[in-house]
Ligand binder design. Sequence first.
Ligand code: HEM
Length: 182
Amino acid sequence: MKGVIFNAVEEAVVNLYSEDVWDDLLDAAGVSGQYTSLGNYDDSELIALVLAAVEMTGIDANELIKVLGRHSFPHLAGRYPELVEGSAGTHDFLRRVNDIIHPEVLKLHPDATPPEFLFEDRDDNTLRLTYKSARKLGILAQGLIYGAADRFGEEIDIEVVSGLGEEVTVFDIRVAALVPGS
Ligand code: HEM
């Protein structure tokens, strides 16, 4: 997994907790923590960090990955500000992640394996997103989708239609309402 994902998770932990908590997590997970955005690191390091965080906080692993995904979004989005700003909202942006951002990641780093999404409009407010990846990180995707909605000031509801924790996960993402004041 690319270092940028570790950098984003680090930023999430520091914002939610503190630098000290991140250092404690690195120690507990037995990993170096020297993640450069372009480097490639074993997925097992990410898993070790999550398990250490579960141990430390007592929060359920799935819930924690979702929260970390949500708060990792700003770091990732900061790398493509023009695409974020040019998007009409969460649904539109998710299509750009699949059609532009992840393919670009792949072009720059042929060793990366970002997930693939399929889309289907269910109704005016609901987009069905099918996540596909051998990494089985649909729960991280769910957190990132919440993070995207936060960025666009949209209140969304995500229904897991099938397959959470599997290679193919289907989500129905319904945009409920604009968050007042945004
Ligand atoms: C501007 C925003 C984004 C950037 C720059 C970005 C970039 C990346 C990069 C570099 C990876 C690592 C791939 C690898 O090392 O093999 C990755 C993985 C991933 N991305 Fe994105 N991404 C963005 C937004 C999103 C969003 C909104 C979602 C959610 C729908 C998402 C879902 C994922 C997931 C779940 C992975 C983990 C790998 C996997 O499941 O196979 N990303 N992304």
